[in-house]
Design a protein around this ligand. Sequence first.
Ligand code: SF4
Length: 266
Amino acid sequence: MQSQTMPAFSPVYGPVTSWRYGTSLGIDPIGLRSTCSFNCVYCQLGEIENHTAQRGVYVPTGEILADLKDYAPWLVDVITLSGSGEPTLASNLGDILGEIKTLTHCPTLVLTNGTLLGDPEVCEALGQADQVSVKVDGLTDEAIQRVNRPVAGFNFQDFVAGLQGFRGRYQGKLGVQTMVLMPWSASMIEEYSQWMKALGPDEIQLNTPTRPKPQQRQLEGRGNHRLEDCGYPVQRLKCVPGEILSAIASQVAALTDIPVKSYPLT
Ligand code: SF4
């Protein structure tokens, strides 16, 4: 059997250029084994290897800080916790955020799938981030099951309650990121807009799966890997054209009065 070679792991990667946040230095609190409470059909990490909602220390805080020091003076727009899975599964998330701020004084951002927002410890840890962006790909349990494929035991009502509770207490800038897998009908735009208006994020981000899905786990998948640069087998995913996404974004913005960004840009 052909063995898969994986580059040496560092919990710090990039900087990468993000369409939403500018120049972003990535922090991976999860490690070599992709670990997430979702297994999204479009995940750029490939199929999730460790499908779990179990929190734990996956990468020690000291290891992250030691590598982060090498990137001084951190001339980036933001330091982003994302990486090889769901960052709120890291039970040292609060420590990591606090230590990053003390060391770098840079703005911090956490990208999360929102499944653990019902946990007060997770919300408290996220409270230390300057920005949080939560994934909302579906407005029903059926849609989330189909697109995000959560771990057994996922409860849609608890997910919504966690999201609403977090919105109520979080003082930083809250974004909602939604992956658009097919053009939306007028009624879908209406329903989504009502949902967002009720939630009240500071920003909505609509995108489509422009990054390929590796057929096997690749550490590079946590960054901006592009189809043309991948030296490994990937699945190309169907994207919604940028002009359609941009039109949906304009309608959602008009219906909600919330700023909406979309990518690809037109
Ligand atoms: S939530 Fe993010 S890391 Fe987890 S499976 Fe979905 S895209 Fe991948």
